[in-house]
Ligand binder design. Structure first.
Ligand SMILES: NC(=O)c1ccc[n+]([C@@H]2O[C@H](COP(=O)([O-])OP(=O)(O)OC[C@H]3O[C@@H](n4cnc5c(N)ncnc54)[C@H](O)[C@@H]3O)[C@@H](O)[C@H]2O)c1
Length: 415
């Protein structure tokens, strides 16, 4: 069987590797010619896909910028971005453009699956008309389904193989076809009754995380005012073996998913006279977190009789989560921007992010970054960075990730 993958990013490339490693031929399509050229040379742009792994899969992979090359694939999986536009409304441009080009090559017997996170109704209302411009009928001549990607970059305890795969086809036969495709790489398939169920299930998962993160963040701000250690509170609550799920406070929400996806649902809900208040409130609380972090840094400097202006502040970790270099929507960027606007001399150390050109910053070696520092702010705690050692070295440390919480040192401040 040969598999076509449209969009070779955080979702598409790991998926391509899985299918290639399972013995299938993979044709990967991307509009970014540079990415395609690098992939052909065996150079990966995704941390979770090492060059050695890409190299091993290369004999089974064809990377291309030409949609016509997908015509020979039996199954085509669409993994293009679904961002928000400037008005924070769904930007379906990449998805519609992918669907339109697939309309030009779809053949009888093809199965097409959308994996991109989106609002319920996208597959049926937006994909079908464009694909049917081919003159073929979805659900009759070719199969169509939605199957949300659940990849969590940097995670090692669950993989594409061991994470159950939800699949909702336009018809029961479409679901069956999609289940057969994913059954080649996933241990458990979860068929559902329609693409809309699968689309909304994915958004429910993301909204659940966003709301719970906001809840614990709000709790952290309150605990800070009450002078209660939020980490001790979370640790204690998490000993309840049922009815509680651990979420940890942090400097805000980042990445391509949580700050974005729930608003796809908010937008769609308006058509049904519904205001999705939990989503809005969670967004509001999480968006405020970098401002709270700034205040916490200001207070810490104030206690050391220093102003923000002119102080050297080392930001540890600027990507949005540990172990990855993805800076999309990273709260660290907002924190740096706020500090720079107040005249701080900001430097950063992040082994995963070489430079932040828009902010005029480049990654500094840890020792150089800490030289002459007034304060270290732990924003993202990457593996392999010794945060306790940093906290011992810096005159003041503010830790937004709780990784130094057991130090009990007056110069180390938690949330
Ligand atoms: N990154 C994650 O952790 C994650 C997890 C689950 C779901 N998702 C969802 O998966 C989808 C893809 O996310 P991602 O993080 O892989 O994005 P990405 O930006 O890393 O990759 C998308 C790729 O698609 C390419 N592309 C854009 N338009 C195209 C087109 N018309 N034809 C072909 N290629 C095109 C881009 O050049 C890019 O390489 C999004 O809907 C996202 O919400 C992402």
């Amino acid at each position: 069987m040969s598999i076509g993958i449209v969009g070779l990013g955080y979702v598409g490339l790991p998926l391509a590797m899985e299918f290639a490693e399972a013995g299938m031929d993979v044709i990967g399509l991307d509009v970014d010619a540079q990415k395609v050229a690098r992939l052909r040379e065996g150079r990966s742009h995704i941390e979770d896909v090492a060059d050695s792994r890409l190299g091993g899969a290369l004999p089974r992979c064809t990377f291309s910028t030409h949609v016509e090359d997908l015509a020979q694939a039996e199954a085509i999986l669409v993994c293009v971005p679904t961002p928000l536009n400037a008005n924070r409304e769904p930007e379906l441009g990449p998805l519609l453009s992918a669907a339109r080009s697939l309309g030009g090559i779809v053949r009888p017997g093809h199965i097409i699956v959308l994996e991109s996170t989106t609002f319920p109704g996208t597959t049926r209302e937006h994909m079908v008309p464009l694909l049917e411009e081919s003159g073929l009928r979805a659900g009759h001549d070719f199969a169509l389904a939605f199957s949300p990607e659940r990849v969590d970059p940097g995670r090692t305890d669950y993989s594409i193989r061991t994470t159950p795969k939800v699949v909702g086809g336009l018809t029961p036969a479409c679901t069956e076809r999609a289940a057969e495709v994913y059954g080649r790489i996933c241990e458990r398939i979860v068929p559902v009754g329609s693409p809309e169920v699968a689309e909304l299930a994915k958004l429910l998962e993301n909204v659940f995380r966003s709301v719970n993160i906001a809840l614990v963040n709000e709790m952290a701000i309150l605990a800070d005012r009450m002078d209660i250690d939020i980490w001790e509170v979370v640790d204690a609550a998490a000993t309840k073996p049922f009815g509680f799920m651990r979420f940890e406070p942090g400097p805000g929400m980042g990445g391509h998913c949580l700050p974005v996806d729930p608003f796809y649902l908010t937008w769609r809900a308006r058509e049904f006279d519904m205001a999705t208040e939990f989503i809005e409130l969670a967004g509001k609380v999480n968006t405020q977190m970098p401002y709270f972090c700034l205040e916490k840094i200001e207070r810490a400097l104030n206690d050391a009789t220093k102003p923000v202006r002119g102080s050297r502040i080392v930001v540890l970790g600027v990507s949005y989560k540990p172990g990855v270099g993805d800076i999309r929507e990273s709260p660290a960027l907002k924190i740096i921007e706020l500090l720079q606007a107040r005249g701080a001399d900001v430097v950063y150390h992040d082994p995963y992010v070489a430079a932040l050109p828009a902010m005029g910053l480049a990654n500094m070696e840890l020792a150089d970054a800490l030289e002459g520092a007034d304060l270290a702010a732990i924003v993202t705690a990457h593996p392999g960075v010794d945060h306790e050692d940093i906290a011992r070295t810096a005159p003041v440390t503010v830790d937004f990730r709780g990784v130094t919480r057991h130090m009990r040192d007056a110069s180390v401040l938690q949330f």
